[in-house]
Ligand binder design. Structure first.
Ligand code: GLU
Length: 397
């Protein structure tokens, strides 16, 4: 069977694929320690899960409005006002099947064939592929470790063309953990607004901040910025709800309406039960979020110290999210158990096969000199994983 061009150019999401591979090896009885997928290892807090159970018991199991139930849209508007200083009305909000789907909807509604979308690298693996699936052209703009992996105004200016339609801003960033300050964001939007570039602001790691880092929502920088911004968020990372699949976009009304229409044909509403659970997450006690954050903070410290003690690896201290992006380039060209380390993919493969430690190669995020460790996993796993890596890396020649 002949597949469409768009399907021929696309592989599975590398984060999900690496996670699936680790799980498959575990099923075969191999004791793999996984630092792959960015997925909190905590259970969904009980009051949220109970709201889902209650929804089933009450028979809240039918179609809902395609863009989400009014109750959830109102809870999202209240959250955006309370946490981010943003005024959105329920008609500006589209609840989707995860933040990933909300981004996809936005691209569907915005991108024409050949439109360019600026993606600062390192980037989350799905941005580039989603742009391509929608006929757009990803324009990758590398950032530098010495700038904290943040896009600079001059690099942004150099990347803009007549065809620039949109840009991704992802703060806190996956995979680097970089958090843009308000000032840094202001400098970028001052360039973007006069050019009418739409800003897709992926704020899904908003609550995962350390060492006093503060979060600024891009749309909060002014009304003219808000008119060009799609704010993306979801409950997966903040409330340990990855499997429930609830994300959302808040956008100027015409764009939100277009996204809602598109979604109504593609998937209809997001899961009715999960929507009720998301209402409980956003309106209930935020104490569980603080508890999870405190645990992530402990793990981050252990991870950063441990990685910097590994032969050949180094990393900075990320300000947000739950990833460490470790520089592994000093190992390239060297040999481990008879195999040459040629890049991040071959190193990740060696980690998996020789140490039974799964990480995601930096190449998947647009920078081959790194590998990504997710520390959304227990301290015991972190300690054991780092010990295994130390043992194999000591054999690098
Ligand atoms: N965003 C998470 C990650 O980067 C979840 C998996 C995915 O959708 O890529 O690991």
């Amino acid at each position: 069977m002949r597949l469409a061009q768009r399907a021929q150019g696309i592989g599975a999401s590398p984060t999900l694929a690496m996670n699936a591979r680790a799980k498959e090896m575990k099923k075969q009885g191999i004791d793999v320690l996984s630092f792959t997928v960015g997925e909190p290892d905590f259970n969904t807090p009980a009051p949220i899960a109970e709201a889902g159970i209650a929804a089933i018991r009450e028979g809240f199991t039918r179609y809902t409005p395609a863009a989400g139930i009014p109750e959830l849209k109102e809870a999202i508007c209240a959250k955006l006002k309370r946490d981010n200083g943003l005024e959105y009305a329920p008609g500006d909000v589209v609840v989707a099947n995860g933040a990933k789907h909300a981004i996809y909807n936005a691209l569907q509604a915005l991108i024409d064939e050949g439109d360019e979308v600026i993606i600062p690298a390192p980037y989350w693996v799905s941005y580039t592929e989603m742009v391509k699936l929608n006929g757009g052209v990803p324009v990758i703009v590398p950032t530098r470790a010495e700038n904290g992996f943040k896009l600079t105004p001059s690099d942004l200016k150099a990347a803009l063309t007549q065809r620039t339609r949109a840009i991704f801003i992802n703060s806190p960033n996956n995979p680097t953990g970089a958090v843009y300050s308000r000032r840094e964001l202001e400098e970028l939007v001052q360039i973007l607004v006069p050019r009418d570039v739409v800003i897709i602001s992926d704020e899904v790691y908003e609550k995962l901040l350390y060492d006093g880092a503060t979060f600024t929502s891009v749309a909060a920088l002014g009304p003219e910025v808000k008119d060009l911004t799609v704010t993306i968020n979801g409950v997966s990372k903040t409330y340990a709800m990855t499997g429930w699949r609830i994300g959302y976009a808040a956008a100027p009304r015409a764009l939100a309406q277009a996204m809602a229409n598109i979604q109504s044909h593609a998937t209809s509403n997001p899961n009715s039960i999960a929507q009720k659970a998301a209402v409980a997450a956003l309106t209930g006690s935020q104490e569980p979020v603080q508890q999870m954050l405190a645990e992530f903070a402990r793990r981050r410290q252990r991870m950063v110290t441990g990685i910097n003690a590994l032969p050949g690896l180094s990393c900075g201290t990320p300000e947000g999210a739950f990833y460490v992006f470790a520089d592994v380039a000093s190992l390239f060209g060297r040999t481990l158990r008879g195999q040459k380390i040629t890049g991040s993919v071959s190193l990740a493969e060696l980690f998996l096969v020789e140490a039974h430690v799964a990480v995601v190669p930096g190449a998947a995020f647009g920078d081959d000199r790194y590998v990504r460790f997710s520390y959304a996993t227990s301290l015991a796993t972190i300690d054991e994983g780092l010990a295994r890596l130390h043992a194999v890396l000591s054999e690098v020649r």
